[in-house]
Design a protein around this ligand. Sequence first.
Ligand SMILES: Nc1ncnc2c1ncn2[C@@H]1O[C@H](COP(=O)(O)OP(=O)(O)O)[C@@H](O)[C@H]1O
Ligand SMILES: O=C(O)C1=C[C@@H](OP(=O)(O)O)[C@@H](O)[C@H](O)C1
Ligand SMILES: [Mg+2]
Length: 182
Amino acid sequence: MGNDNMSLKEKSIVFIGFMGVGKTTIGSLVAKKLYRDFIDIDQEIEKEYGMPATEIFKTFGEKVFREKEKNIIDFYSKQKLKIISVGGGAFLQEEIQKICLSNCIVFFLDLSWESWKERINLIIDSRPVLQGKSLDEIKELFYTRQQYYTNHHSKVETDNLDIESVANNIVDALKTAWELYD
Ligand SMILES: Nc1ncnc2c1ncn2[C@@H]1O[C@H](COP(=O)(O)OP(=O)(O)O)[C@@H](O)[C@H]1O
Ligand SMILES: O=C(O)C1=C[C@@H](OP(=O)(O)O)[C@@H](O)[C@H](O)C1
Ligand SMILES: [Mg+2]
């Protein structure tokens, strides 16, 4: 499996990490800086169902969302030169991990719990997985999820960095890798 005939520079880039770490925002900015297409998997799913993720979860259930998520990731990760942000739950599926790690360069956006919890009000209304949970339950989920994100190619620290700085760090890291290895 994997795109062995694709050069490092052509490989698509995938952003993973917990809900709210900035995958969508930073992915979109990195795409702009590299003149590449940006694909947000959640937005693709929402487009297909014509409703937000919270409604998809309520109407069809999480299982349907997860299956669609896998199929859309499978489709885009095999293409060249895309910047792809997946949802925070995607890497819970081993198949998705394999598809992304073998076809793309996977960046894990890392944010500490202390910084993350300051951001909760920005995201709670649009994340069905967080709704109805206490802060302690969310904290447990945050730490449980981290093990899935250890499967990546590169880790990006985002604490105390604004969106622009994180995106610039990623672009710099990519340019260095492309020069070194291609
Ligand atoms: N480095 C950052 N500093 C401050 N706010 C951020 C940063 N990255 C993302 N945000 C904000 O956090 C919220 C969640 O970001 P989003 O890109 O939707 O995360 P994700 O796609 O990982 O769930 C947004 O309101 C976004 O503007
Ligand atoms: O972590 C999760 O289980 C989810 C994360 C969300 O994406 P973001 O990580 O972009 O918030 C979205 O896919 C859905 O609400 C489920
Ligand atoms: Mg997102």
